[in-house]
Design a protein. Structure first.
Length: 357
């Protein structure tokens, strides 16, 4: 089977067999079942070796160096998919160049009440209000001791819901302390719409204070760990200007653009159905255009000095290339995995190879 054939086979199996099964279930239950199946497959003798071997061949000539780190290929998995660093070995065999775990908080928290994850099938999107549900820093750190060494792993960090904003810095510093020895880069998440008040930390004064403290603590440890800032797609150009200035002033290494949107504009899903789902951030195809606009604006405003990881609506090689053309150095997927399945990362890497030659 050819490299392209193997990813196409995975996509066909997913579309014809697994996706209909998963879409009968609640999205959260389907997510855990899908990962259980992937872990099972990875433990079948020869399967993981076979898929990793093809990934290595597919990655040839596609290495990307960003903020001092070398990524096997520019396609990564966004935070939120593997919150607790449970599935890194299984995810590596799908061909991701990097995986971002989290968002992790110092203390375990259950997140918002269920249901809190919804499919916007007509829009190829997802609405979520998960609320930083995770088992806490220390169980994740203990798993990361056994992480695949050939996989670039980022740590997405946040604050606990019960932590007031004027004490948020301590939560982020606790994350740096616990994870520094185990991850390759950090992402400071102040842009989720699902933790009350979190986006207020994107303001000029609190953001400067937070980033200054995180960068200082990060530099106190041996070994460079680049620090990225994850931002919302709902910021104005004036706010983006301020954030670029802050990132440069505080020596932050890059951006992750963007998180989910609170906007409901342009959705095909009937308004009544969306309102019934309630609050939350929308990801997937509905945020593609806006996230690309933000990537392009950041790249132009910073004159290309600040690396960008582009996220939002990437479900095809064309969508990935759009982010790269706008100024991103790397891309991440999440919702696209729900609609396209486990063959997506290999398909993206192969598609980008064709378009880049």
């Amino acid at each position: 089977m050819t490299l392209g054939g193997s990813s196409k086979y995975l996509c066909v199996v997913y579309q014809k067999v697994l996706k209909p099964l998963f879409f009968f279930m609640s999205p959260e239950r389907a997510h855990y079942l899908a990962m259980d199946l992937l872990v099972f497959a990875s433990r079948i003798p020869g399967v993981s070796w076979w898929m990793k071997r093809r990934a290595v061949r597919r990655n040839k000539g596609r290495e990307v160096t960003v903020a001092g780190l070398t990524f096997p290929n520019p396609v990564g998995l966004a935070a939120g998919f593997d919150k607790d660093a449970r599935w890194l070995t299984a995810l590596e065999m799908l061909g991701f160049g990097f995986v971002e775990i989290g968002t992790l908080t110092p203390r375990a928290q259950s997140g918002n009440p269920q249901p809190r994850l919804f499919r916007l099938k007509a829009d190829r999107g997802i609405l979520n209000r998960m609320g930083f549900n995770n088992k806490g820093l220390y169980p994740a750190a203990s798993r990361l001791v056994r992480r695949p060494k050939s996989l670039v792993v980022g740590g997405n960090i946040g604050k606990n819901k019960i932590t007031p904003n004027d004490q948020a810095v301590e939560d982020y510093l606790a994350c740096v302390d616990a994870l520094h020895a185990h991850v390759d880069y950090f992402v400071v998440n102040v842009s989720s719409p699902n933790t009350p008040g979190l986006r207020e930390l994107q303001g000029k004064e609190p953001l400067s204070k937070l980033l200054r403290a995180v960068v200082k603590r990060n530099l106190s440890y041996p070994g460079h760990r680049p620090v990225f800032l994850k931002i919302a797609p709902d910021l104005t150009n004036s706010q983006l200007n301020d954030i670029v200035d802050i990132v440069e002033a505080e020596r932050v290494d890059g951006f992750v653009a963007t998180n989910t949107t609170t906007s409901r504009d342009g959705l095909v899903t009937p308004r009544y159905d969306v309102e019934a789902m309630g609050a939350g951030g929308v990801s997937g195809a509905p945020v593609r255009q806006r996230s690309t606009e933000v990537v392009r604006y950041l790249a132009e405003r910073s004159e290309g000095r600040i690396p960008i990881i582009g996220v939002g609506g990437i479900d095809s090689p064309e969508a990935a290339q759009e982010k790269l053309d706008a100024g991103a150095s790397l891309v991440q997927v999440y919702s696209g995995m729900v609609y396209e399945g486990p063959g997506l990362p290999a398909s993206l890497v192969s598609g980008l190879e064709v378009q880049m030659t």
